[in-house]
Write a protein that binds this ligand. Structure first.
Ligand SMILES: CC(C)(COP(=O)(O)OP(=O)(O)OC[C@H]1O[C@@H](n2cnc3c(N)ncnc32)[C@H](O)[C@@H]1OP(=O)(O)O)[C@@H](O)C(=O)NCCC(=O)NCCS
Length: 223
């Protein structure tokens, strides 16, 4: 078992081991439609963080847009240090358009959005079943297991849709993010040297990471 799993008490499907499926040689065929986009399942998962706080992870709904705008507007400079600003309404509009090609999960503390995960595809044949992951948590909810829990849930959803791969790019100094990606099964696949111009006026390397998705388990996605 991974280090840290004992401290975050997740409900069963949140504890799904993405990494154990990642090694599967079985090629998953997208089900029924390009990107399997019609197969989105209703996600509603309670999660208990390492510090005992209880949250809910669920699918984003269009009625959540203002709360998502508020979350991005409330991110501290440190929280977005290695990201791609601005985090304004226009960005949220882009993130929440063409939802049929996106897995969009939010984490709610009471009715406040404190985390957003997206895994999106590009609607072209060559990108079939290949998703790109982005994730942002409010600074008050970082480093207590929420990112890991949201990614496990997002990866579970890619399996249900029959996707093949999830990839991402992360600044090499974003050590916590890299650790959380590795915890859910991502592997380092490459390095882009001096590919990110930081707030500090310096260029930083970026790490390319990827995860191969195994087939959905019996009953997965039927909730
Ligand atoms: C990156 C992010 C999504 C991770 O989610 P999180 O909930 O904070 O991470 P988790 O608590 O699930 O896991 C973090 C892990 O990294 C470890 N960690 C924390 N700081 C670390 C550091 N400086 N170096 C190495 N590991 C570190 C933690 O100990 C934990 O591992 P463990 O569970 O084995 O102890 C979140 O911190 C975030 O939103 N950051 C700001 C936005 C961002 O950088 N997004 C990614 C852009 S590519």
């Amino acid at each position: 078992m991974e280090e840290g799993l004992s401290r975050i008490k997740s409900f069963p499907s949140l504890a799904t081991e993405a990494s154990s499926n990642a090694a599967s040689p079985v090629l998953t065929k997208p089900k029924s439609t390009l990107h399997g986009r019609l197969l989105q399942t209703a996600v509603t998962k309670p999660v208990i963080l390492k510090d005992g706080r209880r949250l809910t992870i669920r699918n984003y709904d269009s009625s959540d847009k203002e709360a998502l705008v508020a979350m991005y507007a409330g991110l501290s400079p440190e929280a977005v240090r290695w990201g791609l600003p601005p985090y304004d309404r226009a960005k949220v509009e882009r993130l929440t358009s063409n939802l049929e090609y996106k897995i969009n999960l939010i984490a709610l503390s009471d009715s406040r959005i404190v985390g957003h995960l997206q895994i999106y595809t590009i609607p072209m044949r060559q990108m079939n079943g290949i998703g790109e992951l982005l994730i942002y948590l409010h600074q008050d909810f970082q480093n207590v297991g929420l990112g890991t829990a949201m990614m496990r849930e997002g990866i579970r959803e890619t399996r249900v849709r029959g996707w093949r791969r999830v990839r991402l790019t992360v600044v090499a100094e974003n050590h916590r993010a890299i650790r959380s990606y590795e915890k859910v099964g991502f592997e380092r696949e490459g390095l882009s040297r001096e590919n990110y111009f930081g707030e500090d006026g310096k260029y930083h390397d970026e790490v390319q990471m990827g995860l191969l998705i195994g087939p959905a388990e019996e009953g997965e996605g039927s909730e």
